[in-house]
Ligand binder design. Sequence first.
Ligand SMILES: [Mn+2]
Length: 293
Amino acid sequence: MERRFKLPLSNSTEGEADFVVFGVPDDSGSAYRKGSSRAPDAIRRFVSRNEIGAVFHSGKKSMFEPEMHKLDAKVYDAGNRSRNAASEYAGSIASKGKVPIAIGGDHSITYDILKGINPKSRFGVAYFDAHPDIISSRGSYFGSVVNDLLSIPSFDPKSSIIVGLRTPEDEEIDNIRKCGIKVITPLQIADMGIKAAAAKINAILKRRTYLSIDMDAVDPAFAPGVTEPEPAGLSANEAAYLAKSVARRGLIGFDIMEVVPEYDRDGMTLYLAYRLMLEIIAALEGAVHHSTR
Ligand SMILES: [Mn+2]
């Protein structure tokens, strides 16, 4: 039996933490290329063995410092939950005014988590993904997440945006138009510049926001270890910049999905997923205390 690792960012108890991370090792919603179920523990193992991101409180192990300062955030790594338990757990975390952070697993878990959180007032989603995941001819899998979200009464597609989209199917282009969700492609981001792109994304996210990151939003050059790699994606830096600009609004929760360790190279996707998590928490740190839930 391999010993279980905790994320080095875990520095608090469940009761005291503002941010609670949990893994959902489930890829039953993937249509093919399974393996994202192994991501939560692979990320923990990789960053623990390399002592990455152990930055907190004591400051004794500053491997790097998100936003060039030490995080004071209180974070708890709660280990793994089954899909059903994750839904319930995310709800209980959010109801205590903490930010639930999920590591997938396949992207369909995002729906289970938002169903569990069940936001009372209207909310939008910042959905980082190469694919729009808005298939309606089939449900409850990683290709139908955004369409499934439409069944949550407080979900507002018009205050939501798919960031990094580049591979929609015909059916999905129709569904995007029908429900009014916005999109921004990597080429549009390149054309307008990163600052204008961040402003555009935040102008659309008028409401309380959930951030969901499918690692395939990022270019395979930076994140090869994903279920469905698509070329010409966001750079690692663009993804971090845009995710942080969204996180500064305050979030009702966020997740990082679809990492497949088996297709990774030298842990680079595992490391980037963790780096994004640290950067988002750093951006949230200031926002969390004055966000309205
Ligand atoms: Mn996806």
